[in-house]
Design a protein around this ligand. Sequence first.
Ligand SMILES: Cc1ncc(COP(=O)(O)O)c(C=O)c1O
Length: 506
Amino acid sequence: MQENYLERILKAKVYDVAIESPLEAAPRLSRRLNNHVHFKREDLQPVFSFKIRGAYNKIAQLSPIVAVRGVICASAGNHAQGVALGARTRGISAVIVMPVTTPQIKVQAVADLGGEIVLYGEDYDQAYDHAVELARERGLVFVHPFDDPDVIAGQGTIAMEILRQRHGDEIDAIFVPIGGGGLIAGIAAYVKALYPRIKVIGVQPEDSSGMHDSLRAGRRLALDRVGIFADGVAVRRVGEETFRLAQLYVDEVLLVSTDQICAAIQDIFEDTRSIAEPSGALAVAGIKKYVARENCVDRNLVAINCGANMNFDRLRYVAERADIGAQREALFAVEIPEEQGSFLRFCELLGGHSVTEFNYRFGDERAAQIFVGVALTQGRPESEALIKAIAAAGYTVRDMSDNEIAKLHVRYMVGGQAQGLEHERLYRFEFPERPGALLKFLRAIGSEWNISLFHYRNHGSDYGRVLAGIQVPPATRDEFLAHINELQYAYSEETENPAYRIFLGG
Ligand SMILES: Cc1ncc(COP(=O)(O)O)c(C=O)c1O
């Protein structure tokens, strides 16, 4: 089977639409990591991602009789643009089914490439089912985003180029983002056929770990929920063929956090002055994690920088989180005695550190809670030393740097605890962001239960994030849970979260 892929990749047709992207040294990151890091610049492709390779190869391999029927796919992202451009290049029609929640900018990009757009369903799964049905009804050829040998072979041409651009003996490892697995399956099948010594290492977000978990389990698992920050790789279930190939050829899959992805976007920017989309920066985040774990030096490590379709308004969020991901900022909750001069004493304790954020409010006559952000120059060891110093000075301190609701919400709403509030429970919700979405969310929660705390901030991402305190008397708890389960918004209960308990909770 491997030989089959080698041949398919060598015979793949991609260069009618794709460029042979450069393999560039990343000098700044290389110096920082004491290794030789190289970026395969797939963000420079005509549609700003590698997806054009697989989509076009699939379309180009269709016989003329089949091709005239036209093609169809379901996608809100890079695959949609790849299929639309591929079909236009081949001179055939393309139908692209996108969820109704797709941001207008992406709809427009596909329309500009001549694709016929069908908006259908609330999410990808519904759009996918509809596309399969339309394909049957209208006799169109379905172009799968990853689980198809021609798509996999198209993506595999990236490995063919890397091994032409740099001799295989000089490469130690290649780091590859994984969504459904088409990209890594193609790359791994090619690399392992020629240089089994080169490590092929997958990278996924911690909250979108389908391939990682499936490989561990030895079978394909469907995730209940996937994080959507790295939207290009937000896939609930990896492909059958891609999973088979990953089992054979992928050495391991690393998981990285949202903050680490944001830090990697900044690293890529510093070396290239280009902005990667979150999925496009996964490989760099993976390299950093790998080097820290292995303590290796002087290795040649290749990152597939696979996409640059970034919404501009998301940059605000990325910049905010990059400092935490790169351990350039720590967030602490500190209790200080409510007495004259103690605020000043605490600030003096922080000494030469630059304070990035400071929220303080009178709590009661005994103690006050402070939410403080501190800039770091030496990462985690520095923040650990600071925690020790604060504790030694007699303050109660907790590290909030990894506390998601502290970072997303509480830092913007430190404002004292509510008195006399009964049965408040705290929930975090996510819902697709579009005009009227917040109102729809509020209506869906209904007026049966009292909302006692609410924070929503548009982070310029595709999903709205709400933190809500809701008074749920014990007698109505089951009914309430049944109700929010029906809403089908992703949610988690955060009533025990220390950020809530300290700054907002009763
Ligand atoms: C930028 C980017 N990176 C990575 C991927 C994941 O590719 P695959 O689904 O083949 O694993 C995608 C998929 O659309 C993508 O758009």
